[in-house]
Design a protein around this ligand. Structure first.
Ligand code: SF4
Length: 362
């Protein structure tokens, strides 16, 4: 299996073609969408060749920092008119600056950055360091989802986020995440008091915490999103969060840029409105989920048997909607619950004697 990190979930049509072709020719054709908006190519026979192809497509910009390029961003930023500004340039600047600082290669692969355009859709997804726009020109930088008062200009946000990450490396002993550091947000903020270009907290309207508290209702569902100017985005659900060979080929054939969402869906972006019907029919024909009312679009699953040695069941064969709930449903082959979406979820967990079904929020 190879993980392809996609900062902000944003992929050009050409980049996705490289991944899909690589998965079909060098793997078993399956591509998994992850809750960090990355992709995993499964069943690989030749990982070296895939690496070469990914590198020539610009998808492996730093051998030293590859593990730490984990950046979530509001998937529809700059396209649907919501949020204070388009944060795609911010994500690019953050990724470039991250790769340019040798020390940051020492972060754990679990460390997570997020950039939220102010709509509050990714600020609460468990990032260690998240920038949340509080206006067109200002951002709050949250630490483990807490607003400790750090502020910057929008352009200054990547530098402040990386200063936080470097401070974390200075303060930590064996901890991997900000959440594991005792009193982490307060200690990091105190250490950083008054960094250049980082004005302290403003008035009550300037509240980055509000974006975290928004939480539920911010997951982007499947269906059509009007971008204006005659363009439309199609948000498609991948059954159980995985694409098969046909689905990947159909997405490639759209020639459209794609965005992977942290809810393991795909945005087929920038489609001229007069192409939507035809593209929608083709994608639907491969089993991709486009109907907002389809309960399958809310169901995800981990790898399970036979792919994972810890699995107690073949969850992908068993997974199905759970009647009587409108919450996301996540099937797991053991109590680790890999790939579980954040927030309120129905957890279906293999026990070795069947499944336990519980509703929880974490
Ligand atoms: S939740 Fe358990 S069974 Fe599923 S992928 Fe993770 S470790 Fe494996």
């Amino acid at each position: 299996m190879a993980r392809v990190r996609v900062p902000g979930g944003q992929l050009t049509a050409a980049a996705f073609r490289t991944i899909a072709t690589g998965a079909a020719e060098l793997g078993d054709g399956t591509i998994e969408l992850t809750s960090r908006a990355n992709l995993q190519v499964r069943g690989l026979a030749d990982g070296v060749e895939l690496g070469t192809r990914l590198a020539s497509a610009g998808l492996l910009p730093s051998a030293t920092h590859e593990r730490v390029r984990n950046v979530l961003a509001s998937p529809l930023t700059g396209r649907d008119g919501a949020g204070f500004a388009d944060v795609r340039p911010l994500v690019e600047a953050l990724d470039e600056a991250l790769c340019a600082r040798p020390r940051l290669a020492g972060l754990s692969g679990r460390f997570l950055f997020a950039v939220d355009d102010g709509r509050g859709d990714v600020a609460w997804l468990g990032a260690d360091i998240a920038a949340v726009l509080t206006s067109e020109n200002t951002a709050a930088v949250l630490l483990d989802g807490e607003d400790a008062g750090l502020r910057s200009t929008v352009d200054g946000a990547p530098a402040l986020m990386l200063a936080c990450a470097e401070t974390f490396l200075t303060l930590r002993e064996h901890e991997w995440r900000v959440a594991e550091l005792a009193d982490g947000p307060r200690r990091l903020a105190a250490h950083l008091a008054g960094p250049p270009g980082a004005p302290r907290r403003g008035g009550a309207e300037d509240d980055g915490q509000a974006a975290v508290d928004r939480r539920e209702g911010t997951r982007q569902g499947v269906g059509l999103v009007d971008q204006g100017a005659g363009l439309v985005s199609l948000v498609a659900g991948a059954p159980l969060g995985w694409l098969d060979r046909r689905q990947a080929a159909a997405l490639t054939a759209t020639g459209a840029p794609l965005v992977i969402t942290p809810w393991r869906r795909l945005v087929v972006a920038d489609l001229p409105a007069d192409r939507v019907e035809e593209v929608g029919e083709r994608l639907r024909g491969t089993g991709l989920l486009l109907d907002p009312g389809d309960p399958l679009a809310r169901v995800t699953a981990c790898t399970g048997r036979p792919g994972c040695a810890k699995a107690l069941a073949d969850v992908r064969a068993d997974a199905a909607p759970v009647p009587g709930t409108t919450l996301p449903v996540h099937w797991s082959g053991c109590a680790r619950r890999c790939g579980r979406p954040r927030g309120a979820v129905v957890d279906v967990v293999a026990t070795g004697h069947g499944y336990s079904v519980t509703e929880g929020d974490r």
